[in-house]
Design a protein around this ligand. Structure first.
Ligand SMILES: [Zn+2]
Length: 123
C-alpha cells in the first residue's frame, strides 16, 4: 500500500497549510510526482479519497502532474530521459541504460520525488 501512506502524507501537508490559512475546506490539491516513484496515479486518487474521508479535504480533487525521470551516466556524464517499463512496475527493479554510450552505470537525478505544489482552499 505504497499509495495509501503517500496519500496520507499529502493529506497531512495540505491540511497543515489549510489550517494555517483558517480554511474551512480544501477543494483542490496539486501534486508533482516523479515518474520513477512507481506511484500509480489512479491508485493514488482512490487512496486520497479514503485518506481524506470525513476531513477538511473530503471531496478535494487531486491534480497530478507527472515529471519525467532523468539519469546521469557515470561513464560519459551525459543526461538521459528515462521512462519506466511495465516490468519495473511489476518487479520494482529499475536499471537504466545511458542513451548515449549504452552504459548501465547510471544514477537517477530526477523523477524520484513527489511533492505538493499547491492547494486550493475555501475560507
Ligand atoms: Zn553514457
Amino acid at each position: 500500500m505504497h499509495e495509501f501512506s503517500f496519500a496520507y502524507d499529502i493529506f497531512k501537508v495540505a491540511e497543515a497549510t489549510a489550517l494555517k490559512y483558517n480554511a474551512k475546506k480544501i477543494t483542490e490539491v496539486y501534486l508533482e510526482i516523479g515518474e520513477l516513484t512507481l506511484i500509480v496515479p489512479e491508485l493514488l486518487k482512490k487512496s486520497f479519497e479514503m485518506a481524506t474521508s470525513g476531513s477538511i479535504a473530503e471531496g478535494a480533487e487531486l491534480i497530478i502532474e507527472l515529471t519525467p525521470g532523468k539519469i546521469k551516466c557515470r561513464n560519459c556524464n551525459k543526461i538521459s530521459n528515462v521512462t519506466l517499463s511495465e516490468e519495473s512496475y511489476l518487479t520494482g527493479l529499475q536499471l537504466f541504460q545511458c542513451q548515449h554510450c549504452k552504459s548501465k552505470d547510471t544514477e537517477i537525478v530526477e523523477g524520484k520525488k513527489a511533492n505538493v505544489k499547491n492547494i486550493k482552499i475555501q475560507e
